[in-house]
Ligand binder design. Sequence first.
Ligand code: MSP
Length: 667
Amino acid sequence: MNTENKKTFYITTPIYYPSGDPHIGHCYTTVACDTISRYKRMQGYDVMFLTGTDEHGQKIEQKAEAAGVTPKEFVDRIVATFKELWSYMNISYDRFIRTTDGYHVSAVQKIFKDLYDRGYIYKGKYSGKYCTPCESFWTESQLDENGCCPECHRPVKIAEEEAYFFKMSPFSDRLEKLLLETDYLNPRTRAVELVNNFIKPGLEDVCVSRTSFKWGIPVTFDEKHVVYVWIDALSNYITALGYDNDEYDDFAKYWPADVHMVAKDIMRFHALIWPAMLMALDIPLPKQLAVHGWITFQSKTGEAQKMSKSLGNVVDPLMLGKRYGVDSIRYHILREMALGADSAFSNEIMINRINSDLANGFGNLVSRTVAMADKYFGGTLPEEREAAEIDDSLIGELTALRDITDKCIDETRLKNALEAIFTAVDRANKYIDETEPWKLGKDESKRARLASVLYNLLESIRIISTLLAPFMPTMMPKVWEQIGAAESDASYDNAAGFGVLPANVTVHKGEILFPRIDLDKEIAELNAIIEKNMETAKAKLEAESADENTPENSDIPALLPEITIDDFAKLDIRAAKVLSVEKVKKSDKLLCFRLDDGMGGRQVVSGIAEYYTPEELTGKTVQIIANLKPIKLRGVESLGMICSADTADGVKVLFLDDSIPAGSKIR
Ligand code: MSP
């Protein structure tokens, strides 16, 4: 598909739900994709890095309603916070797609129709467990431990809804081959689990439309349906390039994608449904699906918890970035997470990591080297040199580093790339201990040797900082400034060779790049923040569950002010038999009852025609308020009132046991 003869690279993050503010978990994929994009740009690729937001669906519709705004107003605010965070985290995306963008909406409609025309989408009946208050269907495995709704924990009922389905079975064999015999899924270890759990038992067709809510992309040929949010969302990877729309024209240039990066919870959609959709549309498949684990929160007791707003344990990347610098946070999350495994976030691990690797390791290497060049040579190295055998292993290791990081980037192993880079940092620090420049500095006859040692250190730093720049883009230009490297010196091409800086390079002593963090003080402050968040979240949960039980917040109306027994005694409540019932003329609501009240009979008018037919009521025993002042309804006299209950399913008459004689007093 790639028609131009230019090296292109297309990488995507998932598009995020703008249902709540972003947290450090969302940052992982985005920072990882940003790092790979920067590395590939440095290698000379024409990169397209796509991210965005997934804005449709019932959840958003409900949250917007609760907030008293339209769904679009609701998502606009949160999308803005995502964009602010990405800008703060120095994310160099090339395109940002919103699924509410007009071009995407019409392209999804075309894709849906195309799949329908090709015979892969058909109309059927969706039958499942339905929760009426949440208006949601759930599968058996999603129900809670009592078989109730996993959201509100109320009972569910079996319900049916007309829906469109996407056929998965025609793609079983190709999907199995894709997962087991190609490099599509990274890491491959997850392929067997997918094949055994989903393909072998027989792929189920996917329900791809909904009629129970409105906030989605309408199906053009059946407008009461909206497109299932995953079909809408997955399509973003091609609509953002201009597939089925005129907004962009990059599909031929960038497709197929080189890397889709996602976390494990959405692997199934990307490993089965997405390739099946592409197969159905006759579009080539993406090259790699890189799946990482979650950043979990390590609690005080050491247990790994899923980050969740309701637990108050979500880690705010903005707050951390402001305290320790954006690059340190980027470094920490990339250094901790191995592809395929979860990584537990703890403030202590983060601070120790920043202190040991960045302050003591790399920062110290730069500051010592620059300080020595300053001290012994006034900042500018002399051109004379004296090499020694000990230099060879340093130069050998440093010039081999780029090949290692290249391979790690291609295999999406960012943690391993950083490990290799920091092994080189340790190697360079060890070279300082081996060559003891402070001793050379005391001996005028060792000037040339000292210049060689410092030059080798500056060159090591140049290579290290060049390869680190995609990971830590804010700080590396400051390093180049300090070691006297022009930006062109810190290029990919120069990163596998020594001898790039001018022999008489001038260094510039500058600020401390990564100040050491006071662990105890910071931990105390961060723990206080987390504890406060957790308390607030707990109080909020308690208030919400109390609210749920208070009449004001449920369908149950509030209690009326208290009355005395004497007040109650003023009501004359009686049993009565329904002799006959007629509709009141010119009224849709009113029914006129002839009642045997044990006192000679009476006529009562009641507004329940929407809920009962006359036949359903005749012969029943009901309860009436017998001493209500008579009134006329539509000109018909009513002597009393029939008691009934207001329920979520409408008005229900209070029928009495038929053995209760007409006229019996009720108290
Ligand atoms: N909208 C879908 C994706 C559609 S892609 C066509 C979605 N959005 S999400 O906002 O809920 O999640 C986006 C990504 O962030 C997912 O890969 C999700 O797993 C990831 N993460 C959310 N919390 C995370 C952590 N705590 N750690 C790592 N990744 C996390 O799913």
